[in-house]
Design a protein around this ligand. Structure first.
Ligand code: KIV
Ligand code: ZN
Length: 388
């Protein structure tokens, strides 16, 4: 996909793993809208759905495939010939289609279809070969890889590579791994599996223990070059790796993570808001990068620092992710400098004595109200003028 060894492919699965989040079902048109926004923001691969899952998913994947401009369009299929055929029917409309097929390889997952290791190995060979006969671009996932016996994991990956998969995904399906382990696993696979240097390793992390972003970045440092993620970290249970977090981490800490993506980060807030609105999943206020408070400052010390030099409390600019400005929130922790600055923005120029008086009344109000809004300040100024 790219010859730059430090280029990380961003594979967005908001429309597949994200939509699997209980209650996050999206309509056909909502999916088209999100796919278009992801394409525009520079996502490399859009996993548009699971075509065998329903007629609706099949139709959405087909239409997204037909409309995509730059992104590869991928569909998910279990390691079953019928699933793979259905997936191909949907994605083949894309200029750059991808079939993503998977099976659970850990002991727990092998017990569900009741397959022995040999039977599973045979199934992987058959399914990846079948997918590869349909499509040039095939991705293989050994689901629950982080809990799969290492030797067997190597065997599954080697079979998939030999059968023609170009991307090998190593999912941490239940969010069980930790950063050092995530890195070690990718490093050992690359060192051990014949043909590993010919393919792209992908990391697909869930956030059950709050480590999805750290685990994904650790995997990249160890050699993975595709991160699977979703907008706002939407996804099964505690969610998936959040796209905005890994992208901004690699930008802001480029000094220690010198990796590139094709993402136009200024589009992040716009997509985040649309995904939140259509999924009905509110972004928690203190969520990294896209939370309402991610660029808000309330305490007097922080506000004063920000007004003098933004670098004191801001490691990235709100404009970098598509917000127009930092928000200085006035509340009981705010100081005089922030109050003066806010009043000036509202058109009030105050002398020091006047400010002292308004500040006393402002603190009184802030003790009663969580956040003092612009309207409150105007009312405060008017009541002061009437009293004078
Ligand atoms: O979490 C997971 O293992 C998955 C696979 C289907 C890739 O979503
Ligand atoms: Zn997943």
């Amino acid at each position: 996909m790219t010859s730059d060894p430090n280029r990380v492919i961003i594979f967005d699965t908001t429309l597949r793993d994200g939509e699997q989040s209980p209650g996050a079902t999206m309509t056909h048109d909502e999916k088209l809208q999100i796919a278009e926004m992801l394409d525009e923001m520079g996502v490399d691969v859009i996993e548009a759905g699971f075509p065998i899952a329903s007629q609706g998913d099949f139709e959405a994947v087909s239409e997204i495939a037909g409309r995509a401009k730059d992104a590869r369009i991928c569909g998910l299929a279990r390691a079953q010939v019928g699933d793979i055929d259905r997936c191909w029917e949907a994605v083949r409309h894309a200029a750059r289609p991808r079939i993503h097929t998977f099976i659970g390889t850990s002991r727990l997952h092998r017990a569900i279809p009741n397959l022995s290791m040999d039977e599973m190995a045979e199934r992987i060979h058959e399914c990846v070969t079948h997918a590869r006969n349909l499509c040039d671009d095939v991705q293989w996932s050994s689901m629950d890889a982080t809990r799969t016996e290492f030797d067997f994991l190597c065997r599954t990956v080697e079979i998939a590579i030999k059968a023609g998969a170009a991307t090998i995904n190593i999912p941490d399906t239940v969010g069980y791994t930790a950063p050092r382990e995530s890195a070690d696993l990718i490093r050992r696979l690359i060192e051990t599996v014949p043909g590993a240097d010919e393919v792209t390793f992908a990391t697909h992390c869930h956030d059950d223990l709050g480590m999805a972003t750290a685990n994904s970045l650790a995997a990249v440092e160890a050699g993975a070059r595709q991160i699977e993620c979703t907008i706002n970290g939407l996804g099964e249970r505690a969610g998936n790796t959040a796209l905005e977090e890994v992208v901004m981490a690699m930008k802001v800490r480029h000094d220690i993570m010198p990796f590139e993506t094709g993402i136009d980060a200024t589009k992040i807030m716009g997509v985040s808001r649309v995904v939140s609105a259509v999924s009905g999943f509110v972004v928690q206020p203190n969520k990294a990068v896209t939370g309402k408070n991610a660029f808000a400052h309330e305490s007097g010390i922080h506000q004063d620092g920000m007004l003098k030099n933004r670098d004191t409390f801001e490691i990235m600019r709100p404009e970098d992710v598509g917000l127009s400005e930092t928000s200085i929130v006035l509340g009981k922790h705010s100081g005089r400098a922030a109050l003066r600055s806010k009043l000036e923005a509202l058109g009030y120029e105050l002398g020091d004595n006047q400010l002292r008086d308004v500040f006393v009344r402002f603190k009184d109000l802030a003790d009663r109200k969580k956040e003092v809004m612009d309207d409150d300040l105007v009312a405060l100024m008017q009541s002061g003028e009437r009293a004078a």
